[in-house]
Each structure stands twice: as structure tokens, then as C-alpha cells.
Design a protein around this ligand. Sequence first.
Ligand code: TXA
Ligand code: MG
Length: 355
Amino acid sequence: MPFPGEGREIFEEHRMHVTLTEAAQLLSKGKVVVFPTETVYGLGACADNPRAVETIYEVKRRPRDNPLICHFYSVVQIERYGIVLTSVAQALFSEFSPGPLSLLLDLPPNSPLAPATGGRPTIICRIPNHPVALDLLHLVDVPIAAPSANTSGRMSGTQLDMIEHDLGGRVAGYLDGGAAVIGIESTIVDARRNDQISILRPGVIGKPELTMVLLEALKEGKISALPTIVERAEAETPTPGTRYAHYAPRTVLMGRESNEWGNEKDSVLAYIATDEWLRERGVEPGFGPIQHAGVWYLALGSRHDLLNIARRLYYALYQLDQLALPKACFIAEEWGQTSVGRALHDRIQKILAAH
Ligand code: TXA
Ligand code: MG
């Protein structure tokens, strides 16, 4: 019997909301389900099922050479698949899991998880810090391969309405877990070696946080030396995903510095900016688009609370798209050198480079 919501049009999308048990059943039957994590929603399928994994690529319209992160409920489950954690990986996961850290590790030959990695000898493992995701992983009891829940190239989905708008009837079910609390994707670290680790994708956990934890592990004798931490230039990363355009709204976005006031002559129809920037222009920020003197404004939150900006970034771009304007202006600021500031800088650069 087909699942009730399958193949329905987008206006009936509410029919595709599923319970935790239904989501687990759908996944076990080889279906693709949207599920919550603390970073962004995932578009999940059982990692050991080649046809289910293939469906992720179809739903997401993702290039086939771009492998998928695998989600586990514990380090013990990772090890059950014969994946060996370096002592550095052990130390990082013992502090940051469950959490927004994904580790690139060696995958043994002939692994049942090969469908998710496209036959690569490596796998990216993540233990999400979201109660619904962890319950789902326990129920299914097979690692879930999941890219971010969005059509390839678009913003990662952080709330269900945004994702339903993007993916509609292309998935078998949507499992709600509220708005993602972090809002940008996990940090990816290559942890295959004990003498050197590389940050392949910046996130809210960055070099200072990794260093602190590794220093502690060194003191406790859990690792024998402190590895060098490399922050790789995008071009030399072995994550294929970085080759593709990312995080693009439909609306064409121009970037502008916060100190450039711009002039109304260039007929900007919408600005997306921090609360402070809006206030400087006499606009009181809120959630959602605000119209003021014929121009739309979208508030990202305070420039003094970057975690909140990360949480709102993709959804604000979705709200901008809802206005269906041809063009808008993104006011980029100095986000600073904290890990979240650097991660925001990375995502915003890519957003602005996407068109
Ligand atoms: O926060 C996150 O990490 C979210 C949630 C859903 O967990 N997932 C996510 O997945 O952002 P995705 O597919 O959008 O990004 C995964 C990145 C891609 O750039 C991909 O190329 C890379 O990880 N990747 C996955 N497996 C890999 C592997 N075995 N070797 C190298 N790169 C890999
Ligand atoms: Mg993605």
C-alpha cells in the first residue's frame, strides 16, 4: 500500500507529516524522509540501501560524485561498522558528540555503507544532537545517509515549511523537530591522522574549540601529541561538495559593505541586514519582511549575537524568496574571527558567489 502522502501536490503537503515511528518504518522500507538535526534538516535514507541512497540523489538533484554524510547514534555504532577512530577522533567525539562535528575517517573495504560514500575509501560520520534524530537512528538501527534537506545548490533547510516549499511531494515523509537551533551545517574535520587534522568545512566548532579539547586530551594522556590543525583553502579540500554552487536563494543577491550606505538611485527593492543596520536606517527589525518607504527589509538579528544570525540566515533568505523580487542587497559585515563568525563569512561568501 502506498504511503498516504506519496506523490501528492504541494498544496496537500501537510499530509506528508509523519510520526517518529512512521518515519522509521518508511526509512526501513527504503524511502527518503526529511528529519531534523540541530544544524540543518537532513534528507535521509538507510546508508546501506543502494536504491534508497539513489533516491536521495534524485530528490535532491545532486551530482552523483558528491558523497553523503552518515549519521549514527553513537561511537559504538560507528565502530560496529569496522570504522576505526584515531585517538584524535576518539577525543573529539568524546567531547563534541552528539554535536555539530562531522569526522572524515577511513572506511574499511567492502563496507555495507559503501552506497553512501559512492565507493570511496573514506566516510564522514556525524552524531547529531537532536532528540528526534537520535530516537530515529535508534529505531532504524542502521546509519542514515543524509545531505542537507534542499534541492542541490539552494539554501539548507532549517524549518519544515521552507523544506516543503522546496521539495514538495518528492519525499515520502516529513518529520518535524522544530526550527534547527544551529542553522548552519556541521564542521567537517578530516580526523584520519593523529599528527594532523584539517577543517574541511567551517562551522560553529572551529580551531580554538578543537585545540582546547585536544590540549585537555593530551593532559589526560588520551592522545600522545597535539596534532597540527590545518584550515584548508576550499580549493584543496577533498570534499567534492565544495566544487558546486551553494546556498543560493532564487532572488539575485548583490553584496554590499555595511558602511556603504548605497543610494536609492540603484533601485534596491530589498535589503537583508543586521538589526543594527536596519535601525540606522530608521527601520524597526522584526521576524519576517518589513516594508518601509517602498523598500523591503529582512532582519538577520543583532550583530552582537552571531549564533542567532546563523540560526536565522537560511530562513531569512527563504523569506526573501517569498517576496519574489528580481534582486536584493545583502549587507555583509565584519563577522570577526570567532568560529561562528568565520563560518558565517564562509556561508555568506558562497551565497553571494552563487549567482
Ligand atoms: O550539518 C550537516 O552536516 C548536515 C546535516 C543534515 O547533518 N549535512 C550536510 O550534508 O551538510 P551535505 O551533503 O549538504 O554536505 C556534506 C559535505 C559535502 O560537501 C560532501 O561532498 C562531503 O560532505 N562529503 C561527504 N562524504 C564525504 C566523503 N566520504 N569524502 C569526502 N567528502 C565527503
Ligand atoms: Mg548541503
